[in-house]
Design a protein. Sequence first.
Length: 279
Amino acid sequence: MPVVTVSWELGSEGDQIAHALADRLGARLVDPPVLFDAVRAYDAPNVRPNVPELAERAPTLWERLNEERRRYGVLLRAVIYRFADEGNAVIVGYGGGMLLRGVRHALKLKIIAPRDLRVQRVMAGSETRDPTPARAAAEEAVQRADRDRARFIRYLFNVDWADAGPYDLVINTRTISVLSAVDLVTGLTARPEYQPTGESLTVLHDLALGSQVEAALMHDPNVWVENLRVTARGGELTLSGQVLAEEDRDAAEAAARAVGGARIIRNEIAVQPPPLTGM
């Protein structure tokens, strides 16, 4: 049950490799439409596809001041960890390789190509017959995509997008075809290094469990916890944060239990009543 993440540059054919790889492995392809539908399951009426976390871009200064930043960050982690925990998935973009960098059996790929070749490929996908504006538009599209992804990765993970360190394999499609890349990656997924172990599965399950419970609590209208944090270790959940009353603390624990999957729940949420006024 392989788990593969694909980070890619526009024009590198990384999207084609991801689709072909999912077909070859019989795996679920987690692309933007699939991810957005999964996010909507937590808060369908209010999720917007153009928010930075779902559009793979860094927020503007104004957007950084919005409390939704943390909410969408939690949602993004929850759905990616869930798909990875279910196994047999090819996860495209969204910093999946960064999120799963601590999971040994997840194969983290980055697909690149020389910029001029990427521009040519983007031009080839254009319907315009005039090559001059087509090239200018393609160059702008490549530059904008590179800038947005670099800022997105820096914003969420404080990592340089150009750094190859977080990835297991970087494929340059200058000469390697989509088919050859798929053959190469398929062979790697069968290697012992990328077979799940009890330890690596536990790490991934804890990430999925903690993030799903945190996302569920953040979107439960009956739960309000300031500075909510949910962590999992060996199937044991720990809830932390602050509430105004004991019943809020109990409501958070009940909502966490309703998600299921935890062996033990440690409720470390502190009750901090508002200060008295007029004294």
